[in-house]
Write a protein that binds this ligand. Sequence first.
Ligand code: NDP
Length: 241
Amino acid sequence: MDERPLVVVTGASSGIGAAAARAFSAAGHPLLLLARRAGPMEALGLPDTIVEAVDVTDSAAVAAAIGRAEEAYGPVDLLVNNAGMMSLAPVAEQDPQHIQRMFDLNCVAPMRLAQLVLPAMMARRGGTIMNVGSIAGKALYGDHTVYCGTKYALHVMTEGLRRETAAHGVRVMLVAPGMVDTDLLSNTGAGRVLDGYLDYKKSIGGGLAPEDVAEAMLHAYRLPQHVNLREIVVAATVQDS
Ligand code: NDP
């Protein structure tokens, strides 16, 4: 069994989650990777890694996956709540299912996953939860009303969770990236909104690479347990908003 503790990454089939999986694996951690598509997670080819194709809004499926991983690698020491969805549109034009799914995935799932690992972390006075928010949880952008709403909610819940668990020695961290070059735009249909986003993204050279965010995550996690880097806002230097 690997001496380093188990790291769980949600949304590890692409973008920031896949980069985080590679970074924590390179640092020697066994992994549990969760997303709906197993293929891209298996294609990462990482050692000591359990891949489970689950929808993270299905808490029972996630709990079962965590149970299997803990049997193999011991207790979860880091949960990276990264899986997320962005669908940009004025609310009047937005797909109602996207509104529901963004809240379920970006807000409810991270809290439900935290509930699955927190009791054991608090009991042993260790462990870290890292929630991936966004600069869209700090400022309101055009056509981002619901997405920003989910990230604002996630930010305040992350801070609440941190306060609740601080005295138990558990670290709760917020990672709030600026623009990152990933597949996140896949739920925003062609047209004015997408064009505007892509224009700005191009103007700042495409934004960060997912690996840049993963490196910041690894840095925060590697600090000693008594040091909590509570909030990381990480964006391309040339991003001015
Ligand atoms: P991607 O679209 O590349 O990745 C999203 C990941 O979430 C995929 O692995 C996807 O896997 C997974 N996912 C989506 N729905 C579900 C679900 N129901 N159950 C399980 N997994 C799911 O985007 P990013 O890497 O950019 O996004 C990662 C996080 O970073 C998100 O929370 C996003 O809001 C945040 N973020 C991104 C920024 C950016 O500019 N890219 C900026 C700021 C924050 P699958 O489809 O296989 O399920």
